[in-house]
Design a protein. Structure first.
Length: 169
């Protein structure tokens, strides 16, 4: 992957970024979280989000973008406002790794995130063009807006994000 002459924009959990600039590469680091890349090839615009949980439940008070439902709704709204056409949207989905300290048989966050993302996109009739979901390792995701390609680098060791740390580039 060649990143020369590219503007790398990093997003963190609870964020999304959209652009029509072909020189932009959107980067994030995932564990049990999900990143959804949505794009309209015909109108040359795309974006990526990074969410932690499918949707808010009583007692949870994370920022709105940390929940898949709100994050995807906001991202789609912004894509449409900036010129994307709903019927042209396509998706690529990544993440949902079973990270240390984040899952148990009773409460599997990664599986809940995966199921939510797949069900949401199906309900919105947005075709999923590519996906890499599950497993036990984290992933670095690079979404290249020039051609809507996504590069996935699997981390070769388990990563525990429970301390709230952010990736270092």
């Amino acid at each position: 992957m060649i990143l020369e002459d590219r503007n790398i924009t990093t997003i963190y959990s609870g964020e999304y970024y959209i652009s029509d600039d072909p020189h932009v590469v959107i980067y994030t680091l995932l564990g049990s979280c999900i990143a959804v890349c949505l794009y309209d090839e015909l109108n040359c615009i795309g974006g990526m989000n990074h969410f932690m949980l499918p949707q808010a439940v009583e007692g949870q008070h994370l920022k709105e973008g940390c929940y898949g439902l709100q994050s995807l709704e906001l991202m789609i709204k912004d894509l449409l406002n900036q010129g994307a056409r709903y019927q042209n949207l396509k998706a690529k989905i990544f993440g949902g790794g079973k990270m240390v300290g984040f899952s148990s048989q009773k409460n599997d966050i990664s599986l809940a995130n995966i199921r939510f993302a797949l069900k949401y996109l199906e309900s919105k009739q947005i075709p999923i063009i590519a996906k890499e979901l599950g497993g036990t390792l984290g992933r670095k995701i690079y979404y290249v807006l020039a051609d809507h390609s996504v590069y996935v680098q699997r981390l070769n060791r388990e990563v525990n994000f429970s301390d709230g740390s952010r990736p270092v580039k």
